[in-house]
Design a protein around this ligand. Sequence first.
Ligand code: ATP
Length: 283
Amino acid sequence: MSKVSFDGVRKVYNEETVALDGIDCTIEDGEFVVLLGPSGAGKSTLLRVLNGLTMPTEGEVTIDGEPVQGEREDVAMVFQMHYLVESMSAFKNALTGGLSREGLGRSLLTLYDREEKMAALDALDTVGLLDEAEQRAGSMSGGQKQRVGIARALVQEPELLLADEPVSSLDPKAARDVMRYMKTASEERGLTTVASLHQVDIARKFGDRFLGVRDGELIFDGTRDELTMDVFDRIYYGEEGASDRSERDSERLAAPTRTSSDSEEATENPETPTQPTSSGGNP
Ligand SMILES: Nc1ncnc2c1ncn2[C@@H]1O[C@H](COP(=O)(O)OP(=O)(O)OP(=O)(O)O)[C@@H](O)[C@H]1O
């Protein structure tokens, strides 16, 4: 588990594009945090400054009190595009997660020891793919591939798991499956998790806490119950757009009804947002 702090984090690309504009926030050990925000809001940049792929222009990001100054072994990332080697089995793909732990000097041809193989099998078991361990990645469904991507991240033995739109390209059922396995993995392994998602219904189902980013600013930090339709509209459509609800409400009403598998996500809060509609990136 890791505690993460953003202290006045600002990121400006090419001296003109402000991607993050003074982010202050702390993520506690073991939290499962969902990042929400329209396209270009700064979500990927926020994840990238967390895993050291990008350095802030101002401010500081710390993990367990240590400033992030580059890529870290205890931070693993799951991407929208899983970047698997399609010709290799799920097992071999998962094994490569250990490379970031062991250093890039090791080649894929290296013989892995028993402990590493057990870690890969254990990770595949965590994501429900033990029986498919020998299956070629290229022959797997999109959801299965993403689960292999999660297994590969788990083999790295991270304390902090980051996921950048991990289910954006999946159908709703596969997306839920992937998120369910990611949540289970985080709980079983005590990971702190930060995932950016556009599907608000899925976000609400799995997130413990929600950060809303818009124009590089953190405009919402709250719980599931606090993530009302108004808040959601403010995150995705801005203050002005949030007042223009009637058109979107009619689109929402015209949307297909939920399937029975969706119904477990109770609408205990009548203000519960469903799926974002017209603008704001993927929604
Ligand atoms: N490497 C880069 N160089 C220049 N500008 C960048 C770079 N990466 C991101 N940006 C810009 O920074 C802003 C924030 O981008 P970012 O990718 O963090 O947003 P996002 O919320 O993840 O969007 P999306 O949901 O579309 O992925 C955007 O204006 C984007 O064009």
